[in-house]
Design a protein around this ligand. Sequence first.
Ligand code: NAI
Ligand code: MG
Length: 475
Amino acid sequence: MYPKQQFYINGQWLAAANLNDTIQIKNPANGKLIACTPSATEQDVDAAIAAARKAFPAWSATTAEQRKLFIIAIADEMQNRRDDLAQAITDTMGCPIEHSIQVQVQDSIDAFREFADMVGFVDETEQQQNMTQYKVAIGVCVLINPWNYPLSQLVGKLGPAMATGCTVVVKPAEQTPVQDYIMAEIFAKVGVPAGVFNLITGYGHKIGAHLCAHPEVDMVSFTGSTAAGVSVAKAAAPTIKRVCQELGGKSAMIITEDADLQAAVTYGVEDVMFNCGQTCSALTRMFVPSSCYQEAIGIAKSAAEQHIVGNPLDPNSTMGPLSSAEQQQRVIDYINIGINEGAKLVTGGTELADELKSGAYVRPTIFADVKHDMRIAQQEIFGPVLCMIAYADEQQAIEMANDSIYGLASAVYAKDTPSALKIARQLRAGQCYIQGGYFNTLGPFGGFKQSGNGREWGREGLKEYVELQAVFTPE
Ligand code: NAI
Ligand code: MG
């Protein structure tokens, strides 16, 4: 059982205002209670924001070199705590331990360390004629995160905030607070000035609006569902805050007739099954030419069936449970919707072997004969469910791919990179992975349409954390 019963505010561990209201966190692999955190009240929110506000003038006045040393020291200490961070993530959201170590944690540490080289961004100026353009840290930032990549999503916000000189109040998802507590311990150990990093835990529906509406907050960076993203933006609107949103997706992958079908389909299936499909950019709609559709279904079926679903602490498991029993139920509901809509269940489905019944497991699931206007092809399922859709010609595939309220990611597998790029440039999505490419944190991550506003990571991600000031001289 993880012990923390407090919040980290103003460099101290403080008791919550209401000690009777707590959040019980269950291990999704077995349903056992593993942690309990306080549920913040508006009073706690106010205390955290006041601490961040108080710390902002001094922190934003530190030199780039000072902030760089803090970022490196934090990254070093994260490295020392790597296994604790990974264990926390596996215990709370079920990711297989090897994936937690490598992808959820090591990649996040490496990405956080990259921000040490970006501390000079806020000091960069641009000059044109009698105008000099300066940058300044935006101020107090509220960072609200989901449970699917809890450390990576924190780092993608915390890194640029620290690099530019902003102070933060972080609110992890209620299901996955532990890595944030470890980060607070790291901040305390490294000696980051009090109030730069403040942690509260709580329910979005209880304190989200108060956090986002607060007049002493300058910016909110949110990752989560589109529905909650809308609530965040509404709450922030009366005080004209900047709101950066990374929201849902229903990303399309287009495979052309002359592509390497085996490589393309396998890449697409693996992309969806990783983290049990709980990835906002997951390529959950696969568009395949009618001419090779049956062959593609066979490849997808065997790729999915190679997965070993089981205990995330067993090194043989390639897929653990979903992050919670609630998420499992949402995904099962969607699988039943797909069956009722007339899609063909190729593999997976809602049945579970006896040994998996005590956890929030869902088998890797492939639907064929999916029409692109079915609910399973339009709505974010956020589970290990791939929809395979046949197309007649490339133009039709592009139109169907773009016919979505979302526009987060996309992918193309064609004969070669130039042919794939031609299609990629016609897709209305913030990222496109071609010929099996992978994301790297130097690139901007974010979506078109209802997938969000703004970008995270890289130089574009830093821009969300600064204001511009133009100074005009007589000459
Ligand atoms: P959610 O969007 O409700 O939760 C994510 C975070 O937002 C949590 O920290 C939560 O406390 C907070 N939150 C919720 N309502 C809020 C509000 N009104 N104001 C401020 N913060 C608020 O997601 P949930 O309910 O856990 O999952 C539901 C669905 O959302 C999933 O099935 C999936 O489709 C989608 N989702 C998408 C994610 C993504 O990365 N795109 C991540 C998590 C969920
Ligand atoms: Mg919700």
